[in-house]
Design a protein around this ligand. Sequence first.
Ligand code: SAM
Length: 328
Amino acid sequence: MKLIDAHNRRLNYFRISITDRCNLRCQYCSPRHHTPMLAHEDILRYEEILHLIRISVRLGISKVRITGGEPLTRKGVCEFIRAVNQVEGIRDVSLTTNGVLLKNRVDALIIAGLRRINISLDTLNPEKFKIITGVDAFDQVWEGILKAYQAGISPIKINTVALRHVNENELEDIARLSFTYPFHFRFIEYMPIGITGKGLSDSLYTPEIKQILADRVGRLIPVEHQNSDGPADRFRFEGAVGEVGFISAMSHHFCHTCNRLRLTASGQLRSCLLSDHQQDLKTPLRSGASDEALAAIFLKAASLKGIQHSLAADTPVQVSSRMSSIGG
Ligand code: SAM
């Protein structure tokens, strides 16, 4: 049996949050009020996650992304990535990080087999970085990005959540970096989930961002879409060494091509980022369920995957889960 959902989408991509803890408090991601973190024993152990990955591979998963919370805050993450890379049938392992702890981990990550990385960065201004994230760490992140670049990690994707009145006036500067660095600068539409104090009116949608960039930076030349691209629409400017991309989950959702399942740090399996529905894997896993029984839970999650999310619908569904607990 393979993970093929009721809408004939083949699920081969598993995004795994290894911790709900983060060393930043991004205003659009973390809740405004302190919410309790998972107790240590409620977070899946690495061996447990590896067990689930092996089961998922038999069901057709071949690609894994490690996320969080901030994955680099969890002890042993590089050894874990190495172990994921060694799972037979896994062809691609990637990491999403805020970059704060990256600089000193780059070498270990490369030894672990990591070849590509996504780094979140919403501003080039250290003061604004502090306002958005609550932490004065812009320089650390930038040094981490440069270290990853010098060490040959490629591609490096820089993810920027575009927010009105927050980094709206910087999008062109971020895009211009594609003339200097061969990175993929990706602008992500803000998704209003969790209780963050931000709402739909804070979103900047792709058509508007594209217009800003076309007016102020240059013509956006489409780059041919590869199967491995995921949901980003890719472009480059004439003469640039890098690219820009747009992830338009709100204005032009890409649910019809969604090939993802997600595992939260507490062992809940989710078939849609923007829905609160989840299947509990941790309880059966810890009570000794057979691999077949665990595989059946994966198949059930796939069968329940909705045709598309409803966040931008006329009567939007509220999603209470925090992005920081699901992993983005
Ligand atoms: N800590 C890591 C990081 O910062 O990349 C991984 C987890 S973070 C939740 C993953 C991604 O989700 C980040 O790029 C972040 O900017 C993005 N994100 C968080 N909340 C979001 C939201 N409400 N809408 C769109 N993207 C969001």
